[in-house]
Design a protein around this ligand. Sequence first.
Ligand SMILES: [Zn+2]
Length: 208
Amino acid sequence: MKRGISILIDNGHGVETPGKRSPDSRLLEYSYARAVARDVADQLRERGYDASLLVLEPRDVSIMERVRRVNQYCYLLGGNNVLLVSVHCNAAGSDGKWHDAKGWQACVSHNASLRSMALAENLADAAVCYGLKLRKPTPTQKWWSQNIGICRDTNCPAVLTENLFMDNRDDVDFLLSKKGLSVIVNVHVMGIMNYLHSQNVQSRIISP
Ligand SMILES: [Zn+2]
């Protein structure tokens, strides 16, 4: 069997993570990210890719533990044979009120590899392709460089996606719609597949 890439989808926060919800509590970041992560992993597996969820527990799993899990894969397979995407929703404030900021963004860590940047760019292109408003730090750069532990401390290409704002009314209405969820899922599936094709690598085909 040809060795390829093991795709890890991190669903971020757990049920006990404080805050992290829309002002009207209709959208809870941990459960929304889990729904997205589950569907992304399912769809990638249906297409023959080796995709897994990093966190199976409903509880909050610390970043340190999530990093440990990712790096275990990297140790066993080699960092360039692993890929991590961490799924989140953005927030403009922490005051429990609605705000105006809106849109989708991809983030990498300050120490990001070229592969991480390429993965972020493919995800950003997929977001535009699906009609989302892409937030960019400059007119030409499609991803943000930030101090993100799950990306900084893992030994593989790693991107964190901020899937619209949970404290923007329009974004929350869209996220909670059937179409919105499928768009967010499809952005990840398309972005990851296009990245793999651009790197000319195959994901490991898993047998049923
Ligand atoms: Zn988050």
